[in-house]
Design a protein around this ligand. Structure first.
Ligand SMILES: CC(C)(COP(=O)(O)OP(=O)(O)OC[C@H]1O[C@@H](n2cnc3c(N)ncnc32)[C@H](O)[C@@H]1OP(=O)(O)O)[C@@H](O)C(=O)NCCC(=O)NCCS
Length: 193
């Protein structure tokens, strides 16, 4: 779908109306959410399409297809759970938690054995219009709760820019730095014990 945006003037002084693709941003108005008004639920296959539709407006077609593929695997496999935050029928964000995920390449054995019984979180994502209202934190807490209930003893996650968020609000510690094709990522972990 395409939409016409604001009336403007071009370089020749002629009026024109720019046309661009419609994105979810056009209907998702940045909203103030009432605290704890969103529902956290374990996603099923039925939740995948709406989640992709509502959370992928900043992705290109290739990234969107990969995102959908990942979410489908998350809901189909029994060793993991996809948790979505939903408000008024709209997906605000999601997180995936996996019982035993593979460690990054060349991860030191000593560190791996320390995290052996830890769950792994991936794909923590909140729609930009609904950030900084506690949605991401509630998703992470729910994922940790699931891991705890499975008898796992901690949680680890790899992050590019959010190490401070995990450290300050949830007590994670830096375990390892990873160089992924020139991009520095940090493996953060926390023990439940
Ligand atoms: C990381 C991410 C999931 C956080 O989601 P979020 O919903 O904004 O998370 P929260 O609202 O729980 O916390 C974010 C901030 O808002 C603050 N906050 C939480 N509730 C708030 C409220 N009611 N009012 C004001 N601020 C609030 C938190 O204290 C936190 O502050 P900080 O940025 O100074 O640490 C989100 O930024 C995101 O999707 N980023 C892009 C993807 C990404 O980087 N994911 C992490 C991969 S490891």
């Amino acid at each position: 779908m395409i939409i016409a945006t604001e009336f403007s003037w071009n370089q020749n002084g002629n009026p024109f109306i720019p046309i661009r693709s419609f994105t979810m941003q056009d209907i998702l108005l940045p909203g103030r959410l009432v605290k704890d008004s969103w529902e956290l639920k374990v996603a099923t296959e039925l939740d995948v399409d709406p989640a992709v539709e509502e959370l992928s407006d900043q992705m290109n077609d290739r990234q969107r297809a990969a995102f959908k593929d990942k979410l489908q695997r998350y809901v189909r496999k029994s060793d993991r759970e996809l948790i979505v935050a939903v408000h008024g029928g709209q997906t605000l964000g999601l997180v995936c938690v996996i019982e035993q995920a593979q460690f990054p390449p060349r991860f030191p054995e000593q560190k791996a054995s320390h995290l052996r019984n830890f769950a792994c979180g991936t794909q923590v994502l909140v729609h930009p219009s609904f950030r900084k209202q506690g949605v991401g934190g509630s998703l992470l807490a729910r994922a940790e709760h699931w891991a705890h209930e499975q008898g796992l003893t901690g949680f680890w996650i790899v992050t590019h820019r959010k190490a401070d968020w995990y450290k300050t609000h949830f007590g994670y510690q830096e375990i390892h730095r990873i160089d992924e094709k020139g991009v520095e990522k940090i493996l953060m972990a926390k023990s439940f014990e």
